[in-house]
Design a protein around this ligand. Structure first.
Ligand SMILES: Cc1cc2nc3c(=O)[nH]c(=O)nc-3n(C[C@H](O)[C@H](O)[C@H](O)COP(=O)(O)O)c2cc1C
Length: 413
């Protein structure tokens, strides 16, 4: 399939194709947020409050969007966020998505909860591969995953820290979808009403490896798992703390990234623990409802991080202009979650490629229209920020630096 043939002019078109192809329970698992979806809506609304301030009569011919991230060159300032269910969008969707990323010259992050084993993705996709880690209460099982990721050649470990407990996603319970996948009275008619998915995705698993399940899980855990509503797995770990990060730093010799930071002090603590980068994220509005939009807190995190950390951001990016705004605020790169899942659901690798192409074309157009030849020229002067995001905060306490020393000491003991 050719991604161009998908009749998708923007990410919202791809979303619509995905909505039609996937069973409702799976589409909602991908698309929706948590509780009242305040954070989900605000992730988008926050971009609308930031305006672009273009310069004109600049020769913008020959512009480019290459970046260097953790010492490696990439073709675009975006990467693929970890999403456990790419493998339910398409048969072995993780491989399709990772191949699209490799061809576009951008990083791909494989989630702990993926349906394809990390070794298989590494063998079949190539490119820059990062591995996202959730920690189980039995840390030794997670540490085994870290060893596997090292052996399989993953270049960065992305430790997700914004899921102390599961988000409250009531629609998953209503829809009755579980992982490992199982037929339930609630989802049966939904699946049967989507024969293309039933034949093209589920049946292909059934005749090869069986019901889609978490292929990265160690056998000790797999044996103990019974089907649970999607997103309510046994992964959640409310005892995770900074000592765990320090322990991972000792084990992992490559790039270490902490995902799910929404406070500048936490970014600094991550740096103290030896992290190379942070991902400012509210998990796409899927975990804590009413959490700030990452783009709103991004300038504070960038200012706090200085040169100590590479700052990446995700949640709600749907347009090239969103990406440009984040880069102008100081992010080095942006991760994309749902858009490339919609693309994968619409057409496997070709659909994922279409999503990436849409971002490339839109970023390029915005750069030209605001008078920028390269991403290095982007800065806050390109933006008109809403009051809450600009200027010093009363008392100079916007980043809470004064509290920092105390926090550091407390965290170390
Ligand atoms: C279906 C789905 C599954 C996800 N699974 C994971 C996961 O396993 N680990 C993780 O760190 N983040 C996960 N995320 C969050 C993404 O990594 C990312 O933070 C988020 O999708 C970004 O927002 P966006 O979808 O609006 O781009 C998931 C997101 C979605 C939509």
């Amino acid at each position: 399939m050719n991604g161009q043939s998908l009749d998708a002019y923007n990410i919202f078109d791809l979303r619509e194709i995905a909505r039609r192809r996937l069973p409702k329970g799976i589409f909602e698992f991908v698309d929706r947020g948590t509780e009242d979806e305040v954070a989900l809506r605000n992730n988008r609304a926050a971009f609308e409050r930031i305006r672009l301030k273009p310069r004109t009569l600049v020769d913008v011919s020959g512009r480019g969007q290459g970046i260097t991230l953790f010492g490696r060159q990439h073709q675009m300032p975006i990467g693929i966020a970890p999403t456990g269910t790419a493998g339910l969008m398409w048969y072995q969707g993780e491989i399709e998505l990772a191949r699209a990323a490799a061809a576009a010259g951008i990083p791909f992050t494989l989630a702990t909860g993926s349906m394809t084993a990390m070794e298989t993705v590494a063998e079949q996709a190539g490119g820059t591969l990062w591995f996202q880690l959730y920690m189980w209460p039995d840390r030794s099982l997670s540490h085994k995953l870290v060893e596997r990721a090292k052996a399989a050649g993953y270049q960065a470990l992305v430790v997700t820290v914004d899921g102390a407990v599961s988000g409250n996603r009531e629609y998953n319970l209503r829809n009755g979808f579980t992982i490992p996948f199982s037929f339930t009275p609630r989802n049966m008619s939904d699946v049967l009403a989507h024969p293309r998915w039933l034949l093209g995705v589920l049946s292909r698993y059934l005749v090869t490896t069986g019901m889609p399940r978490y292929e990265n899980y160690p056998s000790e855990l797999r044996a103990r798992i019974t089907a649970r509503p999607m997103g309510r797995s046994m992964l959640k770990n409310d005892s995770l703390n900074w000592d765990d990060l320090r322990a991972l730093r000792k084990m992992w010799p490559h790039t270490l990234i902490v995902k799910g930071i929404l406070h500048p002090q936490d970014a600094l603590l991550a740096a103290d623990c030896g992290a190379d980068g942070v991902i400012v994220s509210n998990h796409g509005g899927r975990n804590l409802d009413s959490s700030m939009a990452p783009i709103e807190v991004l300038p504070e995190v960038v200012d706090a991080a200085g040169k100590r950390l590479t700052v990446i951001v995700d949640s709600g990016f749907r347009r090239g202009s969103d990406v440009v705004k984040a880069l102008a605020l100081g992010a080095k790169s942006v991760l994309i979650g749902r858009p490339t899942l919609y693309g994968t659901a619409a057409g496997g690798e070709a659909g994922a490629t279409r999503a990436i192409d849409i971002f490339r074309e839109e970023i390029d157009r915005v750069l030209a229209l605001i008078g920028c030849r390269s991403l290095a020229e982007l800065d806050r002067d390109c933006l008109a920020l809403p009051e809450a995001m600009s200027g010093p905060v009363p008392g100079g306490a916007r980043t809470g630096f004064k509290l920092l020393e105390g926090t550091r000491v407390a965290a170390e003991h």
